[in-house]
Design a protein around this ligand. Structure first.
Ligand code: AMP
Ligand code: MG
Length: 423
C-alpha cells in the first residue's frame, strides 16, 4: 500500500498551503481503499447497501414475448398495407393464462397486457384502433409489424450481468433483483465511522449555556450526514482541547472504526498540538485548501492496537463541516463502501444576482434553485458566513464557483449541485 507521502509526492503542484479542491480529492481517493467484508442479505434488507458481486441474470426478463397493451394479437403478414382487413377472433390470452391454440391465416386472438404472445403472432393492435362485430375484428391499414409486443429478454438477458458490483441498491435495484427471482444478495459490510467534536467552548444539548459557550451542533449534522450515507456510526461525544483526551479519542476510534471524522481543532491556532499528537498516531497531513468555506483540514490515517482508521479532521465552523464533508468525505467513504459511482451531477443555472468571488479558490455558496421561465435560476440564501447554518438549511443547492472563476454578474451562468442528490 502506498504511503500518504508517496501519493503526495506524485501529485502535481502540491502545495499544502493552497491546495486546490481537486488535488486534495486526488490524494484522498488514491489513499482510501474499499473495506473487504461481505455479507449475504435478503433482498429487502439490502436496501441502501452496496452490491459486492455482480448479479448475473439467471433468466430472460420478460421470460416470453408478451403483449404491451390490451388488444388483438395478429400475424403481421395478414395485415393490409392500404386496405383494412377483417380477422376472426378465436380466443383470449390473459396475463398468466396462455392461449395455447395455433393462430392460422385470417385469425387473431384477444390479448391482455402481459399475456404471452399466442403462437405465430408477432404484432398487437390496440383495442381502441379496431372495429369489433361479434367475432369479426376489422383492423385498419398502416400497422407496424411487431408493434406493442415486448420481446423476451428485452429488459434483462439470461447469462448477462444485470447489476455491476459497486452498485447502490435503491428501490429500482431491489425490484430488479426480485424480477430475476433472486431472494438474497451479497453486499459489502457496513462502514463503521466514529465521529467527535473538539472544543473547550462546546456544550451538549439539554444543558444551559454559559457566556462564551456554544451548543455542539456539528455532532448532529455529522451524525445526520453519516447516517444518510448508510454508515454505522459511533458517537464519541465532545472532546476537550487537550492532547491527552484527543489521543484517547483517536485511539478508541482507530480501534473500533474504519474512519473517523472530527470537527474543530485544525485551524492555525489550534493545529499545533493536534499536529504533534496525530503525527504520533499515524500519517496525517494538514492542508489549507483553496476553498471557501472549509480552508483548514487534516487527512490521513491513525493507528491503535494494530488497527487503523482513515482520519478526516474537518474545520469547526458548522457550514465548513458540511461543505468539506460533502466535497471530500462523502466520496471517500463511498469509495470505502465499495461504490463504483461517487460523482454527482452539476447543473447550469442563471445567477439572479451578482456574486462576489475571488479567483484562486473554489467557493461553495448556498443557493435556492428554481425553474423560472423555463430556465434554472439561482439566488443565494442571505448571509454566507461559514458559521451561518441557516444558509444551509434554507438552501436546496450549492452554487459551485470554480477555482479560476472571478466575480459573477447577474445573468451569468453558474454551476450548481442539488443538495438532494448528495446522499
Ligand atoms: P475551530 O475550527 O475549532 O477553531 O472552530 C471554529 C468555529 O466553529 C468556532 O467559532 C467554534 O466555536 C465553532 N465550532 C467548533 N466546533 C463546533 C461544534 N461542534 N458545533 C458548533 N460550533 C462549533
Ligand atoms: Mg476549536
Amino acid at each position: 500500500m502506498s504511503s500518504l507521502k508517496q501519493i503526495i509526492s506524485c501529485t502535481s503542484d502540491y502545495d499544502p498551503d493552497a491546495l486546490p479542491v481537486a488535488r486534495a480529492n486526488e490524494v484522498i481517493r488514491s489513499f482510501v481503499k474499499p473495506v473487504s467484508g461481505v455479507e449475504k442479505l435478503p433482498v429487502r434488507a439490502a436496501l441502501g447497501r452496496v452490491l459486492a458481486k455482480e448479479v448475473v441474470s439467471p433468466i430472460n426478463v420478460p421470460s416470453h414475448d408478451n403483449s404491451a397493451m390490451d388488444g388483438y394479437a395478429v400475424r403481421n403478414d395478414n395485415l393490409g398495407a392500404s386496405e383494412p382487413v377483417t380477422l376472426t377472433e378465436i380466443g383470449t390470452a390473459y396475463a398468466g393464462r396462455e392461449f395455447t391454440g395455433e393462430v392460422r391465416r385470417g385469425e387473431c386472438v384477444r390479448v391482455m397486457t402481459g399475456a404471452v404472445m399466442p403462437r405465430n403472432t408477432d404484432t398487437v393492435i390496440i383495442q381502441e384502433a379496431v372495429d369489433v362485430d361479434g367475432k369479426r375484428v376489422s383492423i385498419p391499414p398502416g400497422q407496424e409489424p411487431g408493434q406493442n409486443r415486448r420481446l423476451a429478454g428485452e429488459d434483462l438477458q439470461k447469462g448477462r450481468p444485470a447489476l455491476k458490483a459497486g452498485a447502490l441498491l435503491r428501490p429500482a435495484e431491489i425490484g430488479l433483483i426480485a424480477s430475476l427471482g433472486i431472494g438474497e444478495v451479497s453486499v459489502r459490510r457496513k462502514l463503521k465511522v466514529a465521529f467527535f467534536s473538539t472544543g473547550d467552548e462546546l456544550v451538549s444539548v439539554g444543558k444551559k449555556l454559559k457566556p462564551g459557550e456554544v451548543y455542539d451542533s456539528n455532532r448532529y449534522t455529522l451524525w445526520g450526514m453519516l447516517t444518510r450515507l448508510g454508515c454505522e456510526v459511533i458517537d464519541l461525544g465532545v472532546v476537550r482541547d487537550d492532547p491527552k483526551r484527543l489521543e484517547e479519542a483517536f485511539c478508541r476510534a482507530a480501534a473500533s472504526a474504519d474512519a473517523v471524522v472530527t470537527s474543530g481543532g485544525v485551524s492555525v491556532g489550534e493545529a499545533d498540538f493536534t499536529r504533534e499528537m496525530m503525527a504520533k498516531l499515524g500519517e496525517v497531513v494538514f492542508w489549507k485548501i483553496a476553498m471557501r468555506p472549509g480552508r483548514p483540514m487534516a487527512f490521513g490515517r491513525v493507528r491503535a492496537r494494530r488497527k487503523s482508521a482513515y482520519l478526516f479532521g474537518l474545520p469547526g465552523n458548522p457550514v465548513a463541516v458540511m461543505v468539506t464533508f460533502y466535497y471530500f468525505v462523502r466520496g471517500a467513504l463511498l469509495t470505502m463502501m465499495g461504490r463504483n459511482d461517487t460523482d454527482l451531477p452539476l447543473l447550469r443555472a442563471r445567477a439572479e444576482t451578482a456574486m462576489r468571488k475571488k479567483p484562486g479558490r473554489t467557493e461553495y455558496q448556498r443557493g435556492i434553485l428554481e425553474l423560472k421561465n423555463g430556465e434554472w435560476s439561482v439566488r443565494l440564501t442571505g448571509a454566507q458566513g461559514s458559521g451561518v447554518l441557516r444558509s444551509m438549511s434554507e438552501a436546496n443547492c450549492f452554487v459551485v464557483l470554480g477555482h479560476d472563476q472571478g466575480v459573477v454578474k447577474a445573468g451569468d451562468y453558474v454551476e450548481v449541485m442539488v443538495m438532494d442528490g448528495l446522499v
